[in-house]
Design a protein around this ligand. Structure first.
Ligand code: BGP
Length: 511
């Protein structure tokens, strides 16, 4: 294969809520993710009910992580993304005796030097990570940032720069302050947007000389699957969710506007989960459904953050649903002034759209209950594997926005075996990544898409976002820890470690 463009940003991606641990150290406050359990491991024996779930999908949500709550004296659990209901008067809490894997996670908080040294050994040119908002503003509402939290990320970024690794930083990756969720239902209230802007300005001011690439909200469009971990909305009310996502886009635009004004050398990006739909058949109705699904699930958010205004199709959709967004004077100007420099995406799979999908077979995948695509293989966790879909996604997005694209998540969650000699043989992961890198290379060379970087997800094993499990592993580096928090947390290089090292050293020519 021919080499990638000069300066291409090869690296890896992680997020504070899934790997950092140290949940109460250095003055950190609780985040919405801190009160989530590990899939299938509730020590209090909590379970969730999924109203209306067809019998063939019983067990479908068994391994999902739960958010625990209290409603008066009653305690219970719900699934943070989709499926269950939330008690109207209940609020998420950390319950004594329950197991919360994020409390310690893989303990990057105390291992960051060792981990970044391993990233450097692989040759990373960039490293995507996130700042835990709750280290900087533990409750969200404080007037001044927490100096101990700021110092921690100074140390992390300095460690990266020591090796010539460019940090790529997400401002909020599924971990807003729990206090803002409990009081105000997260971004459903404008106060959370104000708190986010205060936080974004504080970290931009502090780190603008160390961090050039910034992403605002991780997978901002994931709110279509539920709003708890991403926007702090403990409710399934459609109007609250639309309001929350409007407030998030407004807050993101204000952060981008501020950065552009103060620090014009910074590159500000949005981050979309990109799973473009194929029509189920060539029936016109299925094709129209695919266009509408892409608008609804992905493009609405991209359109606002890249173009700077609410697209017409969404305005009509909101009007039909009777949802009035809480637009205030000045908002339109903020959205218009805060458009991004590049687009970051996560890409794991494509989807299928059908005008009538009730009778169609669904995959076992855990977030979206997707229609199965019979032409694709499926991972152990029910996610369908589609390297050509990545090239498709890149073309569609580049045609629409004409902005540089960074692929900040992609990868295979799989079970690995640590051999007695400390080796881990993961040819399936190498095969998955190789095929996706080939597809990305074709999009660059043959289609002219401006892809500027690639950071596979979970470059070191960390907690799964959907299931809270450790056994769903993505990394080049194995971490000795099981689903119930047992293990030494020692790091081991998998076979894919040396493979990715060669990929980077050859700038993508040797796959
Ligand atoms: C994305 C999230 C990540 C991540 C990844 C893999 O949606 O941004 O946080 O975890 O998906 O998903 P999972 O961990 O559920 O396998």
């Amino acid at each position: 294969m021919k080499a990638f463009p000069e300066g291409f940003l090869w690296g890896g991606a992680t997020a504070a809520n899934q790997y950092e641990g140290g949940y109460d150290e250095g003055g950190k406050g609780l985040s919405v993710s801190d009160v989530c359990t590990a899939g299938g491991v509730s020590r209090l024996g909590l379970s969730v009910e999924v109203p209306g779930l067809p019998p063939q999908y019983a067990g479908y949500f068994r391994n999902m992580r739960y958010v625990t709550w209290k409603d008066g004296e009653r305690v219970g659990a719900s699934i943070p993304f989709k499926g269950t209901t939330y008690p109207d008067s209940g609020r998420p809490v950390m319950l004594p005796g329950e197991f919360y894997p994020g409390k310690e996670a893989i303990d990057f908080y105390h291992h960051y030097k060792e981990d970044i040294a391993l990233f450097a050994e692989m040759g990373f040119r960039c490293y995507r990570t996130s700042i835990a908002w709750t280290r900087i503003f533990p409750q969200g509402t404080e007037a001044k940032p927490n100096e101990a939290g700021l110092r921690f990320y100074d140390d992390v970024f300095d460690e990266c720069l020591k090796y010539g690794i460019e940090p790529v930083v997400t401002l909020s990756h599924y971990e807003m302050p729990l206090a803002l969720c409990v009081d105000g239902n997260g971004f459903a209230s404008r106060r959370a947007a104000d708190c986010f802007v205060k936080y974004a300005k504080a970290v931009l001011d502090r780190y603008h000389e160390k961090v050039k690439y910034w992403l605002t909200f991780n997978e901002i469009n994931s709110i279509v699957h539920g709003g708890y971990v991403n926007a702090g909305v403990f409710s399934k009310d459609a109007s609250l969710l639309e309001t929350a996502s409007y407030h998030q886009m407004l807050a993101a635009a204000e952060a981008v506007r501020y950065a552009h004004e103060r620090y014009p050398e910074l590159k500000m990006g949005c981050m979309l989960s990109c799973d473009p739909p194929y029509p189920h058949t060539c029936r016109p109705e299925d094709n129209l459904e695919a266009v509408k699904a892409f608008q609804h699930n992905v493009c609405y958010y991209g359109d606002v953050m890249v173009r700077g205004y609410l697209p017409e199709y969404k305005q009509r959709e909101l009007a039909r649903a009777g949802v009035r967004l809480p637009v205030q004077p000045g908002d339109t100007a903020v959205l218009a002034a805060g458009t991004v420099d590049f687009i970051a995406i996560s890409y794991y799979q494509t989807s299928v759209a059908a005008a009538a999908d009730e009778s169609l077979k669904k995959t076992g995948g855990n977030l979206a209950m997707r229609i199965e695509n019979p032409y694709l293989e499926t991972s152990e966790w029910g996610w369908q594997i589609d390297p050509a879909g990545l090239r498709y996604a890149l073309n569609v997005l580049y045609d629409r926005y004409h902005k540089p694209i960074m692929i900040v998540e992609n990868g295979l969650g799989a079970k690995d075996v640590l051999e007695p000699d400390g080796s881990v043989h993961d040819p399936y992961r190498i095969d998955y990544l190789r095929r996706h890198i080939e597809a990305m290379g074709q999009a660059i060379r043959e289609d002219g898409v401006d892809v500027i970087g690639y950071t596979p997800w979970g470059c070191i094993d960390l907690l799964s976002c959907s299931t809270g499990q450790m056994s769903k592993r993505y990394g080049f580096i194995y971490v000795d820890l099981d689903d119930e928090g047992r293990g030494s947390r020692k790091r081991y290089k998998k076979d894919s470690f040396a493979w990715y090292q060669r990929v980077i050293a050859s700038n993508g020519a040797e796959l």
